[in-house]
Structures are given as C-alpha cells and as structure tokens.
Design a protein around this ligand. Structure first.
Ligand SMILES: C[S@@+](CC[C@H](N)C(=O)[O-])C[C@H]1O[C@@H](n2cnc3c(N)ncnc32)[C@H](O)[C@@H]1O
Length: 374
C-alpha cells in the first residue's frame, strides 16, 4: 500500500479552517473537515458542473456546500436528523427579499416571559434562568413562522446562539460546564441572523440541486446504480466519540426527533461478529470488528452507486485501544480493494500518540485520506 506523508492536509482534515468560511461557519461541528479539503479533491478529480458527488456521512454538509459553491450537484445522507437539518439550512436556495422582510420583523420582537420552561435537569444546568427564558421565547416565536425555509434558517441561528450563550464547553466526548457571565442571548441571536443573511447575499450561489436526507450509509436507497462520479467523505472514526450525546442540548431543546437507533450508527452493533469472511483478523477488538463489518457494507453500497472510474477520498483516523492501535486506513483500503476499488494512495495527514491512562504510550495513530477509484 502506498502511504505518503501529506502534512499540508494536517489542518484541512479538521473543521477549524471553516470557522472563517461564510455559511460553512453557521454551525461549529468539531468532527467535520474543511471546505478547502473538499476544494482540493474537486480540482484533483477534475469535477465540473456535469458531475454528481456523494457524501454518505455528510455531517453538517461541508462536502455538499463546497460542491454547491462550485456549481456541482451533490447527494448527502446522515443518520442524525439534527446534522441533516444543519446541512439543509446551509445548502438551500432562499428568497432573499422575503428573508430580509422577515428579519426586519424578528429584530423588533419584544420579549415576553414564556409560560413554561423545559423540565429536563441537564437543560436547567447549562443555562441561566434568564438565558433559558430568552431561548424559549425566541423558539416559540420562530416555530409560529409558516414558511419552512425561513423558520429553519432562524432556528439554526437560535441554536448556535443558544450554545454560545450557555455555560457549556464541548470537550471531546463530554460537555463541561463553566458558569461564567455571558452576554444576553438576544445579542448573539440578532448578530447571528444578520451575519447569516449577509453571507447569503454575498454568496451569489446559483440554484444548484443538493439532495440531503436522513439515511444510512449502509443502504443508500435513494441512489441508483452507477450514478455517482465522486465520493468525498469521512465516516465516523473507529472507537471515537458517541456523536449523539454531545449534541443532546441542540436536539432535545429544539426538536422532537425520534431517538436515533444506536444500532444505525456505524460500528455500534452489539455482540461479537465474525470477520474472517472479510479476510480480517478475528482477534481484533469487538468494537473494531463491528465497525469493519459496517464499513464493508458501506463500501459495497458505495461501489454499487459509483460509475466506473469514479474517484473517492475517504478521511479516516486510526483506532486507539488500551492494548493496541488499529490501523483503520489500511484495513478500510483492504476492504475496498476486495470489493473491487483500486487503491491509488493513502495520504497521511497527521500522526498522534495513542495513550492509555493518559500517559502510557500504546503506539502512533494516523489520520489519513484514502484515495480510491472504481
Ligand atoms: C466524521 S463525521 C462527518 C463530518 C462531515 N465530513 C462534515 O464535515 O460535517 C461522521 C458522520 O457520520 C454519521 N453517521 C454515523 N453512522 C452513520 C450511518 N450508518 N449512516 C450515515 N451516517 C452515519 C454521524 O452522524 C456523523 O455526522
């Protein structure tokens, strides 16, 4: 397998560069990658306005929006209804005149104390009473809006503002609380709404179709065989954070989504599975075996929907276990090759130490971009 050091990707495999990118920065998603990374592969794969791109793990829609900005059609799926909501708001086409009129009303809304506040303890713990009252006041007003696109646009602005006005700090897989004074929610909210509108006005993106829906990467029901020119994606990392928990505030405060089945997440099957049929080692940790089984199903589906010669860039990190490191890039590339993909290259974006008990070094893990071709 051809590994090559590609340190220029070190930052680009993270969400950090998106903080400066209009629209991409409407909602901060620590597990995302950057628009610039997608741009590099759009160029390298020579994609153009006749191409169709897929991201079966679309998260907050970085691939989809980057494609739209280059006038390229795309499909995106994610198992989380909340991330799909964020992706939709960021990739929709808006009627700017209508939105402008609405925003001029919104900034004049006069606060009224809501009759009821959420009862959940964890919600009460992360907001001051005043902030929570503001959040619920704005939420109730926004939910009265009939126009779905405008309503969702304002709701995303409110969600982002509520998190900023809360006492939470997302720290890896946990939410920490720091009860320091914060500016009032309405300040964050009005600023955010105006900024989002400005981004849209400046972006001047034509109406490029972006199809994004809740879906499972292991069964891409919406897509026909041989219909995709390129896949730019990043599956959940092996043995990494449980996504649903750290977005609990966003999902439970603003939506009544049905709880996403844990089993629909990659690698979350319960019990032991046999991976010898995939030519993998049955001594791998149980969670790794479940993960590679699911990744194999996903790669099969991707193979089905890709056209011949389709190009793939798959961003993936290694697995860190107390007794060993699992080279996810190598094993996923191996699975892809068994299915029929050609491995072009594995770009190593960064190396880090896998440690146990915080200090004991177990081994080095790679974060890589696997380049494949059908
Ligand atoms: C590393 S993140 C992708 C981030 C994305 N590249 C971005 O920039 O926003 C992996 C995503 O896979 C999603 N996911 C997990 N299991 C899935 C499944 N079975 N089908 C589709 N999406 C899934 C998670 O909800 C998460 O959003």
């Amino acid at each position: 397998m051809k590994f090559s050091k590609a340190l220029k990707f070190k930052k680009l495999v993270t969400f950090i560069p998106n903080k400066k990118e209009p629209i991409h920065n409407w909602y901060y998603f620590k597990e995302g990658f950057s628009k610039n990374l997608v741009d590099i592969f759009i160029n390298q794969f020579k994609l153009n306005k006749n191409s169709v791109v897929l991201d079966p793990f679309c998260g907050v829609g970085t691939t989809l929006l980057a494609c739209k900005q280059k006038r390229i059609k795309s499909f995106g799926f994610d198992v989380s209804p909340f991330f799909v909501f964020v992706s939709k708001v960021k990739t929709r086409n808006y009627d700017l005149n209508e939105l402008k009129e609405l925003i001029s009303e919104v900034v004049k809304w006069k606060f009224e104390r809501p009759k009821e506040l959420p009862k959940e303890k964890f919600i009460r713990k992360v907001f001051s009473r005043y902030t929570l009252e503001d959040v619920i006041f704005y939420k109730n007003k926004i939910l009265e809006i009939k126009n779905e696109k405008a309503r969702d646009f304002l709701l995303l602005a409110l969600i982002d503002s509520a998190i900023k006005a809360s006492w939470t700090i997302k720290d890896g897989a946990v939410i920490r609380i720091n009860k320091k004074g914060k500016p009032p929610l309405k300040k964050f909210f009005k600023y955010k709404v105006k900024k989002m509108f400005k981004d849209l006005k400046r972006s001047n993106i034509k109406s490029i179709p972006v199809f994004v829906e809740v879906g499972d990467a292991r069964k891409l029901n919406y897509l026909e065989d041989n219909s995709i020119d390129a896949v730019i994606t990043s599956p959940p990392y092996l043995n990494k954070i449980e996504y649903t928990k750290i977005y609990n505030i966003e999902t439970s405060l603003f939506f009544d989504f049905p709880r996403t089945e844990l089993r629909s997440h990659i690698g979350s099957r319960v019990g032991d599975v046999d991976v010898s049929d995939l030519d993998l080692d049955n001594n791998l940790p149980l969670s790794a075996k479940a993960y590679f089984k699911d990744m194999n199903l996903t790669l099969n589906e991707i193979y089905r929907v890709c056209k011949d010669n389709a190009k793939l860039a798959v961003v993936i990190g290694g697995g860190c276990y107390p007794d060993r490191v699992v080279e996810a890039d190598k094993l996923i590339a191996k699975l892809a090759e068994r299915i029929g993909f050609k491995i072009k290259k594995i770009l190593v974006a960064r190396n880090s130490w896998c440690t146990r008990a915080r200090t004991i070094k177990v081994g080095k893990i790679r974060e890589s971009i696997i380049l494949l071709e059908k």
